[in-house]
Design a protein around this ligand. Structure first.
Ligand code: NAG
Length: 352
């Protein structure tokens, strides 16, 4: 610590002029930042009892990026409790098309190491519920995330530029991705997660930048998707990029009435802006789907829409069984190469 103004600071009483912070009988927390600390022996453990509540006026934290923010910490555990982001007013503002603050992520770890989040509930975040960015070795266990299916940008857990993150035994329902995986993520393990409502578990969007670190070694095991927009998705912008996705294993997944149970979309370009007539440069390879079954809410249960400039390769399908209205569902492949083994239904459309 060299000349740091507030070496260790947990600030629970931030409320300039005593405005916008009415206590609601729970525990109002306007913002908290903990920065540049290494806790080794003993590690720092924060037990949260009861509920911490964000200011209901979204202007108070809506432009601050993060509500509860850890930066460059080592050895921090957050145990128990509930975080209530009170996002409803901000979502209403966003859904009305007015110009509104971006919204704050509820809980973020930036550039940190050896993190544990255990038994935490996060509800109604303004934006992402939990963010792990630029970090190494984080364990998220028994996390519950809940926000309505129509709440914009309320991703459950977003992991980016991080390695060695484990997410287990968690239940996530949101208006956006249950778990989203950004560029530069490796050695990510996701196991025993229930997702829905929401947009599924998504790698991407990737490939916005030309120089972008890749995503590799991701395992998604024993997850259930209920009424979600996607099951497991890989999504890349149709823009030039040096990014990649490789060594991904999807195993033992159950789909219940999911719109797109298995999907790779390399032509993502909302409103045809910022990528007209371009193809994705992101190379997708070595993606395995093993023991995936259940029901699709649309006819096409399996869709590989890969880049014309950089086709998907080594997609492996093994024991996949997806139905639509109790009949075998259909598949669609563009620029996708791979192989199948065991029963695969919908019919394989990969070229070999
Ligand atoms: C892949 O990630 C897992 C953790 O999710 C790790 O145990 C394993 O060693 C990694 N494999 C490689 C080849 O890095």
């Amino acid at each position: 610590m060299v000349n740091v103004e507030n070496p260790i600071i947990v600030e629970q009483n931030y409320c300039p002029d005593d405005q916008n912070c009415h206590n609601q009988g729970r525990y109002l927390l306007c913002t908290a930042t903990l920065a540049v600390q290494s806790f080794k022996n003993p590690a720092l453990t924060l037990h949260i009892d009861g509920t911490l509540v964000a200011p209901s006026n979204y202007n108070v934290i809506g432009n601050s990026g993060t509500w509860i923010n850890f930066q460059r910490v080592t050895g921090v555990s957050v145990i128990g409790g509930t975080l209530d982001g009170q996002g409803a007013n901000l979502w209403a503002c966003k859904n009305s098309g007015k110009s509104c603050p971006t919204g704050a992520t509820t809980l973020a770890f930036y550039n940190s190491k050896n993190i544990m989040i255990n038994g935490l509930s996060s509800i109604n975040s303004q934006k992402f519920h939990i963010l792990v960015y630029g970090s190494q070795n984080a364990k998220l266990v028994g996390v519950k995330v809940s926000a309505p299916g129509n709440s914009p940008n309320t991703d459950g857990i977003h992991v980016e530029k991080s390695t060695g993150v484990t997410i287990m035994n968690s239940k996530i329902g949101t208006g956006d991705d249950c778990i989203s995986i950004g560029p530069g993520t490796s050695n990510l393990w996701i196991e025993n997660v229930a997702c829905g409502p929401g947009h599924g578990i998504s790698i991407g969007s990737l490939g916005w930048e030309l120089q972008e670190p890749g995503v590799q070694n991701v395992t998604v095991k024993s997850a259930t998707f209920t009424g979600t927009q996607n099951g497991v998705r890989v999504k890349t912008w149709a823009r030039p990029s040096k990014g990649f996705v490789k060594y991904v294993l999807y195993q033992h997944l159950v789909m219940v009435n999911v719109e797109n149970p298995i999907i790779i979309d390399q032509n993502y370009c909302p409103n045809h802006q910022n990528c007209p007539h371009q193809v994705s440069g992101v190379k997708i390879s070595d993606i395995t789907y093993q023991d995936i079954h259940g029901s699709s809410a649309t006819e096409i249960a399996m869709k590989f829409d890969c880049s014309k400039g950089n086709p998907c390769s080594d997609i492996n399908l093994e024991d996949v069984k997806l139905t639509y209205k109790n009949e075998p569902a259909h598949s669609s492949c563009i620029n996708a190469d791979g192989k199948t083994s065991g029963l695969v239904q919908p019919n394989n459309c990969l070229y070999n």
